[in-house]
Write a protein that binds this ligand. Structure first.
Ligand SMILES: Cc1ncc(COP(=O)(O)O)c(C=O)c1O
Length: 412
């Protein structure tokens, strides 16, 4: 059997056929895209769907009394239903469209913090992306609250005992990643949700990586907030999701003011609209939101079991090949990990390596991956990183390994 074909209908060659970018050569070379953790490529189906809306169906939503706008509003709200069903949330009121995960976290940081008192605490972890660090630092200054950081173990897993120790009556929120974008560590979010709730606190899960590499069911996970960006799940950029439990979102004040989020406005005061409009001030990212619905339909046309099994095979294959190369040091990650490998080549700067690999048509990420504090803990300034998506084939890894050998020769 073709090693890119697993036993069910999940066929990598069919998947690659549906992504126009893989049909093109880049400067005469086959594109080897190993940077899906930064942003995923888009299937033709999603691209066509989006252009159809700009070509033939475009207007504003929630405003027009004419059918073009009414039809678009209905498609926009249909997309919200698709997201709700994908996450298994209870209601469309719990699904807020934002422009990305970063905005979703800033929304919670600004709005949820108004329910906090000076001296209250927020807990994050050493694994976090800057998006789940900086918004809390900004709020910490304004609200006089404390920020605690749970350490990781040597293998890159979270030190759950420390989290237990940190939880106290002062803890209002624990905000952590579902899957690390640097190490691929998968956090036991359900177990953590129990700990957090037994302490009377709330849990935000940054699902930027988790949404494409794990089965996500917010009820099963019992998180209070779950955030992600459309562009990492084969959808458009400029669209993100904040899922929040309705009773919490109801309690929280709006994040931004403007059109669409109000029921009534006078010069002396305004009344807010109901959820989800309360958190969607101004013209929303209309077409990206509709495109996200199509990307979710595309992603859901495969079984998550097949996706995870394919990505695990790629991970194991790459780890085995990389371990046979002298001077290549993979950054330790725990057993419970997925789809991402960070590494360094002794004596070589990751940026130089990425530049040389680019000459072979290979896209990898180099840098601190928006996780500078984690880099400091690892004792590094930067790493090189490869990450996988549904369209990656074993040949991508073969080309990467060959190019890595070539780069080592050039840099020797
Ligand atoms: C774990 C994690 N959190 C947050 C983000 C920020 O996502 P965005 O830039 O789409 O808002 C990323 C993006 O790389 C990420 O990997």
């Amino acid at each position: 059997m073709d090693k890119n074909q697993n036993p069910t209908n999940f066929s990598v060659s069919d998947i690659r056929d549906s992504f126009p970018i893989f049909k093109e050569e880049i400067d005469g070379k086959t594109l080897t895209y190993l940077d899906s953790a930064a942003s995923a490529q888009k299937p033709k189906r999603v691209i066509d769907f989006i252009s159809k809306y700009y070509l033939y169906h475009y207007a504003n939503v929630h405003r027009g009394a004419y059918s073009l706008s009414e039809n678009l509003t209905s498609d926009f709200e249909e997309s919200r239903s698709i997201v709700r069903s994908f996450l298994n949330a209870d209601s469309e009121k719990e699904i807020i469209f934002t422009k990305g995960a970063t905005e979703s976290i800033n929304l919670v940081a600004n709005s949820f913090s108004s329910l906090m008192n000076p001296g209250d605490e927020i807990i994050i972890t050493e694994l976090e992306h800057h998006s789940n660090i900086v918004p809390w630092q900004l709020i910490k200054e304004i609200k006089d609250i404390e920020l605690k950081v749970v350490p990781i173990n040597k293998d890159g897993s979270l030190n759950i005992d420390k989290l237990r120790e940190f939880l106290s009556h002062k803890t209002k929120l624990v905000s952590l990643t579902h899957v690390s974008n640097v190490l691929g560590t998968i956090l036991p979010v359900r177990e953590i949700a129990d700990l957090v709730h037994n302490n009377g606190s709330r849990l935000l899960v940054d699902g930027c990586q988790g949404i494409v590499h794990q089965q996500v069911d917010v009820k099963e996970m019992d998180c209070d907030f779950y955030v992600f960006s459309g562009h990492k799940m084969y959808g458009p950029n400029g669209i993100g999701i904040l899922y929040g439990k309705q009773e919490l979102l109801d309690e929280m004040p709006p994040y931004q003011g403007g059109g669409d989020m109000i029921r009534n406005v006078t010069f002396s005061k305004s009344e807010w609209a109901d959820l989800p409009a309360k958190f969607e001030a101004g013209t929303p990212p209309i077409v990206p939101a509709i495109g996200l619905g199509e990307a979710i339909k595309y992603f859901s046309s495969f079984s998550i079991k097949d996706i995870l099994s394919h990505e695990e095979d790629l991970l194991n294959y790459a780890m085995e090949k990389m371990s046979s190369l002298n001077d290549v040091k993979v950054i330790p990650a725990p057993k419970l990990r997925c789809a991402v490998i960070s590494f360094i080549v002794e004596g070589t700067h990751p940026h130089d390596l990425a530049t040389i690999l680019d000459n072979y048509g290979i896209c990898i990420r180099a840098g601190h991956h928006c996780a500078q504090p984690l880099m400091e803990i690892l004792g590094l300034n930067s790493t090189a990183r490869i990450s996988f998506g549904i369209y990656n084939e074993f040949e991508d890894i073969d080309r990467f390994i060959d190019a890595l050998k070539g780069a080592k020769r050039i840099l020797a």
